[in-house]
Design a protein around this ligand. Sequence first.
Ligand SMILES: O=C(O)CCC(=O)C(=O)O
Ligand SMILES: [Mn+2]
Length: 194
Amino acid sequence: MALKIIPIVDGELAIDEDFLSLAQADNLLELFLTELPWRHDQITVFGKSHLMPRMHCYQSEISINYQYSNLSLTPDSYHPKVLQLKRYIEAVTGVSYNAVLINLYRNGLDKMGWHSDDEPALGTNPSIASISLGVERCFKLRHKQKDAADMSLELAHGSLLQMSGSLQANWQHSLPVRKRISLARINLTFRYIK
Ligand SMILES: O=C(O)CCC(=O)C(=O)O
Ligand SMILES: [Mn+2]
């Protein structure tokens, strides 16, 4: 139950694989699957519109839309258990968050492509707390300058990954397809919007 530093150049990464107890993680997974206001949005890529390869929702205490991939998400208020989780992470990491993007990967075909969490509203060197619930999925990182080896992490049920320092400026991350996985995963990324 402690954040462990993952050695990486040009950024900061830390993980706590047992951030939540198994009972806490099981409860949150079940509750979030059924109670969160999941959306399945269309995005436009190269002029073609299609359904996103995952579902999501966005919750915040400030009424600023979250913009990405031609999408503008109006924030919902926090689900009480999301707020409780936010406060717990804040107490452990000493960092404040005011928004959370929540993704549901229904099975191994759902994914997220290469990107950095570097929207201007996050400011320079944002600290992002990423909670994983459900089936373990591979999380990949690649350096933007290609002068460092790619990195792969397995993000377990109940784990906390903290991305900070210049990580978003220098690295991209993705969640690749895993065809043999039939179970769901939820990921919550707590952020601070300026
Ligand atoms: O699902 C994950 O672990 C990554 C999610 C992510 O990169 C994001 O929400 O920006
Ligand atoms: Mn991201």
